[in-house]
Unconditional design. Structure first.
Length: 296
């Protein structure tokens, strides 16, 4: 059985786009040529890889299995390229990262600005993902590594802790809760909330907490990012739950106050998750070191 790397790359594009035409466009081939190459793959495997419909394509169980293998193979190809390119330039490569909201909006912009500024031949693809999607992406080889926080309950990943953070309640000055040094999360739920967007890991985490006691989060408005959330809170629109590191930064320039949470889950460990650290290209290892050094 023989697989061409371009065919596997095309297969991944079609699977990600859920469209033969879209996958062909990303692979810079015609739709007809893409169809022929996909059928050739199916013939070699003796399995149907896609269900084809008027709205596009959908992976079959065999296709899902091949996608995992194909991503792993392509990741290894990138690792080989990166390792051998290091003989001429140790700062060449492409790194794909899946991260939670805090990482994407809080500390990674500063880390990456310094890292990329010193390495002009490296490119980064940083994507905000929900926690389970981060784990699945790293396991499947869709990302080099992931950045997450909180308890990690999944096998097959190496966990590299790098810092701690706390979730806190952020309220406007003069708010009813502002006089408290500490408050239980469930005692805040009779106040309207400023929340993050639906794709935010933090919002999904908060919704999971209230779901356990059979209530809902009293969202008044949802915004993209911690700074817009603090501006809404400052204006008296509602209160919010934010990482303390972010809240403390905005407290310096806005009329907001931090109230600590008494709940055990409010203290969270940040961690980098990888499949196999030793197999990562040097560029990824250097970036992981930069992240750790940022908090040391």
């Amino acid at each position: 059985m023989h697989f061409d790397i371009p065919d596997l790359r095309l297969f991944i594009f079609v699977a990600e786009e859920l469209s033969l035409t879209g996958g062909a466009r990303k692979a810079s081939v015609s739709t007809a040529a893409a169809s022929t190459r996909i059928k050739s793959l199916e013939g070699q495997l003796g399995s149907r890889l896609f269900y084809r419909g008027s709205q596009g394509v959908e992976l079959t169980p065999a296709g899902e299995k091949l996608l995992k293998h194909a991503r792993t193979i392509m990741r290894q190809v990138e690792y080989v390229k990166s390792d051998f390119s290091s003989y001429s330039n140790s700062n060449v490569g492409h790194i794909k990262i899946f991260a939670n909201t805090t990482a994407v909006t809080d500390f990674m912009p500063e880390v990456l600005a310094r890292f990329l500024g010193e390495r002009p031949a490296i490119s980064i693809d940083l994507q905000e993902k929900l926690t389970n999607d981060i784990f699945r992406g790293v396991l499947d080889g869709a990302a080099d590594f992931g950045l997450t926080s909180g308890e990690i309950k999944i096998k097959g990943l190496e966990v590299l802790p790098f810092s701690f953070d706390r979730l806190v309640v952020v309220v406007p000055l003069g708010h009813e809760l502002a006089g408290n040094d500490m408050v239980d999360f469930f005692d805040t739920l009779h106040h309207p909330y400023v929340g993050l967007h639906e794709g935010s890991t933090l919002l999904q985490f908060m919704k999971a907490q209230v779901k356990e006691v059979g209530v809902s989060l009293p969202l008044r408005i949802q915004v993209y990012g911690f700074e817009p959330a603090c501006r809404m809170i400052e204006a008296g629109v509602g209160i919010g739950i934010l990482p303390e590191s972010s809240a403390a930064r905005y407290q310096k320039t806005m009329d907001v106050q931090i109230v600590h949470l008494s709940n055990d889950w409010a203290s969270r460990e940040r961690a980098i998750v990888v499949r196999e650290y030793e197999t990562l290209p040097e560029a990824s290892k250097e970036l992981i070191k930069e992240i750790k050094d940022y908090f040391s």
